[in-house]
Design a protein around this ligand. Structure first.
Ligand code: BEZ
Ligand code: FE
Length: 290
């Protein structure tokens, strides 16, 4: 096709899909939407060539920054509200199962496997408040599910995750727990404090371009997994934290907000949280997808 115009270039590019070999139906659907929306975006804002070159340089810099310590593209997606949107599209709320929330860039695989009730705390901070966190994992009928693994991770009282802080021990405030025969789990940890997401480099540039702050409310991350159930990636938020209504990554859901109450003396901790999760059977989501 010669003589593409502002008006026909979108159809020309979409019609070229698959011209040099088969592409899957899903790829065609995604590429068609991507091309259409990106072209409309350029036309809508009348994107100029120097702005296009700036965007290319920006994305190149974001890529160069990414490593196993910093996943810059997840961060950019979070700042734009894309990860939370994709999560809600992938796991629509049913009102029965626990709501999911964003994974974020700080998860580490294979955390220490700890017995029920153990502590994830490997280093004490002067300002820390200790927490006893327990609950049940149930199915939609209210029956406890045994053998669910719970990966938990959170920031330290200085607002840093251990893998971003050379002064914390490896895997501090991370652990893998398992529910008992009644679906009960428990662990000891610290009250999570609000913290700023990394706001230097390209993530910081984006926040400033949007006129946004980087702060997140205090939360503990969870991944719940068991064969036969849909893996749940979620977060539990401290109801007394700042930024609950103004999370920089838009990830707070009312159903995930928990009270951090004063603990009874028998627990030997400052605070106590009771929070239950409900998992969805794997077959239900597979059937829906089909
Ligand atoms: C987090 O909760 O760890 C997180 C989520 C999104 C962006 C940055 C951090
Ligand atoms: Fe976090």
């Amino acid at each position: 096709m010669r003589n593409v115009t502002i008006e026909n270039v979108t159809d020309v590019v979409i019609n070229s899909l698959g011209q040099n070999g088969q592409i899957t139906q899903r790829n065609r659907e995604i590429m068609t939407g991507l091309i259409r929306h990106m072209h409309d975006f350029c036309r809508e804002v009348k994107l100029q060539h120097d702005e296009f070159l700036f965007a290319c340089d920006y994305l190149a810099r974001a890529g160069q920054l990414s490593s196993d310590k910093r996943q810059e593209f997840i961060l950019l997606g979070d700042i734009l509200g894309i990860e939370v949107l994709v999560d809600m599209l992938t796991h629509p709320a049913t009102g029965i199962e626990s709501e999911s929330s964003v994974l974020g860039p700080f998860y580490r695989e294979n955390p220490p496997v700890l017995p029920k009730g153990a502590s994830t705390v490997q280093k004490a901070f002067d300002n820390q408040e200790s927490v006893y966190f327990e609950g049940h994992v149930r199915d939609a009928d209210g029956k406890g599910i045994a053998g669910v693994t719970l990966d938990v991770w959170e920031d330290a009282p200085n607002g840093l995750y251990e893998n971003h802080d050379p002064d914390q021990p490896d895997f501090n405030l991370r652990g893998r727990f398992e529910t008992d025969e009644n679906g009960h789990f428990a662990f000891r940890a610290v009250r999570p404090v609000p913290y700023p997401i990394p706001d230097d480099e390209t993530a910081g540039e984006l926040l400033r371009a949007m006129g946004h702050h980087p702060n997140r409310p205090g939360h503990i991350h969870f991944i719940l997994a068991k064969d036969g159930y849909r893996t749940l990636i979620s977060q539990v938020f401290d109801s007394s934290s700042d930024w609950l209504d103004n999370d920089s990554v838009f990830a707070v859901k009312e159903s995930l907000v928990a009270e951090f109450n004063k603990a009874g003396e028998e627990l030997d901790q400052d605070l106590y949280v009771n929070f239950d999760f409900v998992l969805k059977p794997q077959q239900a989501s597979a059937a829906k997808a089909a």
